[in-house]
Design a binder for this molecule. Structure first.
Ligand SMILES: [Zn+2]
Ligand SMILES: [Zn+2]
Length: 246
């Protein structure tokens, strides 16, 4: 039945590239065409083991960039796994996804997250996906939370459950253009842990990862504050999975 449906839908809506709209010869829905895929600056080794940045000088021993070397070992977020650099086509896809309300773009953006060289190694150890929450008034304005859409798409493909354990309790002004410490201040007290999920995190073995999901990581402040809340409530090893890193 699925196949018939797919064939029918291909007949009426021939699959085209998400970006350049050129026809695709493969069946099974829309994708980025090979030419556009090449335009993505996907993360490839060598990259920083802390933040996934590629155009940085890495310490030979730790394979960390200077910023990540300074960051405390006790920082609540242990790693940032970003599929691509936040530029060019990825930047375009993300802004169309968020501000152009093109929710179908969760699909290629999830491809980008999963394209990270270590994704398949980490995935079996991830216990749950926690989307970065959006304040309910903003969600009404935008109509959806992009991090949630990415988390559910990733969950659909990997079968890792989504656990919406965080709430955004303060509606704050936009973070864009603010420096790291200004962001921290702007965001202070913005996230709250939903106590209904306490047991779930407290019972997790140390070897299991909790993955926060977001579209972009800029300074990392948002993810760090989310991680702090999760850690306070029992999560031990927390990473961030995102499509792009600035
Ligand atoms: Zn294309
Ligand atoms: Zn780094």
């Amino acid at each position: 039945m699925d196949e018939t449906w797919e064939a029918l839908s291909d007949l009426f809506f021939p699959p085209v590239c998400y970006y350049c709209k050129s026809p695709l010869d493969s069946r099974g829905g829309r994708k980025l065409c090979p030419r556009c895929r090449e335009l993505l600056k996907l993360v490839e080794a060598p990259y920083c083991l802390g933040c996934s940045k590629t155009n940085v000088i890495l310490d030979e021993e730790t394979l960390l960039c200077p910023d990540c070397q300074i960051r405390s070992k006790r920082a609540p977020l242990s790693r940032v796994i970003a599929g691509a650099a936040y530029e060019g086509l990825v930047l375009h896809l993300i802004s169309k996804f968020k501000y152009g309300r093109c929710r179908y773009l969760a699909d290629p953006l999830t491809d980008i997250i999963m394209a990270h060289p270590e994704f398949n190694i980490l995935a079996p150890h991830i216990a749950c996906l926690v989307p970065v929450p959006m304040h309910w008034t903003r969600k009404i304005i935008r109509g959806f939370n992009q991090s949630e859409d990415l988390a559910y798409e990733l969950s659909r493909r990997t079968k890792i459950p989504v656990v919406p354990a965080l709430k955004r309790v303060r509606y704050h002004s936009s973070q864009a253009g603010l420096k790291r410490d200004e962001r921290m201040r702007n965001l202070g007290g913005a996230f709250q842990f939903d106590k209904r999920y306490s047991k779930r995190f407290k019972n997790l073995p140390k070897s299991k990862l909790v993955a926060i999901i977001d579209d972009v990581c800029t300074t990392g402040t948002t993810a760090e504050l989310c991680a702090r809340q999760l850690k306070r409530n029992g999560a031990k090893n927390i990473i961030l999975l995102c499509a792009a890193k600035t």
